[in-house]
Design a protein around this ligand. Structure first.
Ligand SMILES: N[C@@H](CCC(=O)N[C@@H](CS)C(=O)NCC(=O)O)C(=O)O
Length: 201
């Protein structure tokens, strides 16, 4: 059994969507980051960086933080959504890292300056809005002529989708990125994605 420590944020939803797609049983432990639950000493033993998501896999005894590491671990453990061949696997890792280092951090900063604190810093608003627009352009070109980011449905799609689900918060109009819009809607229609998105309920 897997314990999932999470909250209703893009990084949290990446893991709950993957767990739903895998169809493995898991127990949700809500960590209310608005109330400061992430600083509780017992949570720090699982997630030393004070952030969700984190898991404990009781089958292996592993405690793991960082959404990307958790996704790779689960995909490898259950041998799904991460290709076995070296070259295909490298491409999924490439786009997973692109999400972890590019889309996620920049959209996240965009949320702070564009959605929660507009007017505080014109410089930050312009910087993150422009970078997020650029990143959506990159994703749109990658999705040209293919249904999924790396051709077949993978953890790269599941990592990016919850961020794109917040496109209004970083002031992106999906109509400007038709391939992203098509891909976004296709994933949105998946039952597992919907179930994972609504964790914790
Ligand atoms: N690189 C980390 C980022 C995790 C992260 O930023 N989590 C946020 C919610 S999306 C959080 O726990 N924030 C609480 C805080 O910063 O105190 C990952 O991908 O897991």
């Amino acid at each position: 059994m897997i314990d999932l420590y999470t909250w209703a944020t893009p990084n949290g939803r990446k893991v709950s969507i993957l767990l739903e797609e895998l169809g493995v049983p898991y127990t949700v432990h809500p960590i209310n980051i608005g109330a400061g639950d992430q600083h509780a000493p017992d949570f720090l033993e699982i997630s030393p960086n004070n952030k969700i998501p984190a898991i404990v896999d009781h089958e292996t005894g592993l405690k793991l933080m960082e959404s990307g590491a958790i996704m790779i671990y689960l995909a490898e453990k259950y041998r799904q959504f991460l290709p076995e061949t070296l070259l295909e696997r490298a491409k999924v890792m490439e786009w997973l890292m692109w999400q972890m280092g590019g889309l996620g951090p920049n959209a996240g900063q965009g949320h702070h300056f564009l959605h929660f604190n507009p007017g505080v810093s014109e410089y930050a608003e312009e910087r993150f809005a422009a970078e997020v627009q650029r990143l959506y352009g990159v994703l749109d070109r990658q999705l040209e002529g293919q249904d999924y980011i790396c051709g077949t449905y993978s953890i790269a799609d599941m990592a990016c989708w919850p961020w794109v689900a917040r496109h209004e918060w970083h002031r992106v109009d999906l109509k400007d990125f038709p391939n992203v819009q098509r891909w976004y809607q296709a994933l949105n229609a998946r039952d597992a994605v919907q179930r994972g998105y609504h964790v914790p309920t």
